[in-house]
Design a protein around this ligand. Structure first.
Ligand code: G6P
Ligand code: MG
Length: 222
């Protein structure tokens, strides 16, 4: 048994840049500079946890009530959704569609393990819903990445063990979660190097699905 488990933002499509833009915009209103380096720490992290990290960056963690923080998070999300308006099938990252088709041809189940509550909407816009047997509902989880819970749940949903799956991630928190449950990790590295990945590529174009499966199989039996 085998299965593929994908993060969404920065792996399937380049929405990571829109999250960054939306947080930077909110940060500006709050007088907090969210730069590209700090943004790396927000990748893979839930909306509310990201906001908490930004407020802590500006030493403003005690300035807002929970109600106000929910409003700020909603404001960020509204800005983000606006940036997503034009998103469509052409926004799949290169090689993703071909990889999903190759997985489908080989009857290898695929699942989404993303902290994003917008994942179903984004997959629909990209028109790739049919390729995924399962999307983990992040609201059903006790812990976010780097905890491995989301990857373990994704494996369960497609009926395999975590150790049988190959996980794809662009964020360090995600890679840490994948490795914490003994899963094989493929890093999609665009900006910062990812520590602890089994294989790293710039895009799905650099991946041969059969070779990847063979490498994972050899690693597993070694
Ligand atoms: C992913 C992204 C994060 C984002 C989180 C929540 O993990 O990498 O940048 O904050 O999802 O996304 P949401 O769409 O629910 O705000
Ligand atoms: Mg990501």
């Amino acid at each position: 048994m085998k299965g593929f488990i994908f993060d969404l933002d920065g792996v399937i499509t380049d929405t990571a840049k829109y999250h960054y833009e939306a947080w930077r915009n909110l940060g500006e209103k709050l007088g907090i500079t969210v730069d590209e380096k700090f943004n790396e720490q927000l990748k893979g992290i839930s909306r509310m946890d990201s906001l908490d990290r930004i407020l802590a960056l500006g030493n403003k963690e005690n300035e807002y009530s929970l109600y106000e923080k929910k409003q700020l998070a909603a404001e960020k999300n509204a800005y983000y959704l606006n940036l997503l308006q034009g998103l469509g099938p052409d926004d799949l990252l290169s090689g993703v569609k071909e990889f999903l088709m190759a997985a489908q041809e080989r009857n290898i189940p695929c699942a989404i393990a993303s902290a994003s509550k917008n994942a179903p909407l984004i997959l629909e816009k990209l028109d790739v819903n049919d390729y995924f047997e399962a999307i983990v509902d992040p609201a059903s989880l006790a812990k976010g990445k780097p905890h491995p819970e989301i990857f373990i749940r994704a494996a369960q949903l497609i009926g395999i063990e975590a150790t049988e799956a190959i996980g794809f991630e662009d964020a360090q928190a995600g890679v840490d979660g994948i490795k914490a449950c003994g899963m094989f990790a493929v890093g999609i590295e665009v900006d910062e190097p990812l520590i602890g990945v089994d294989i790293s590529v710039n895009s799905f174009c650099d991946l041969d699905i059969d070779k990847l499966l063979e490498i994972q199989r050899n690693r597993h039996t070694a």
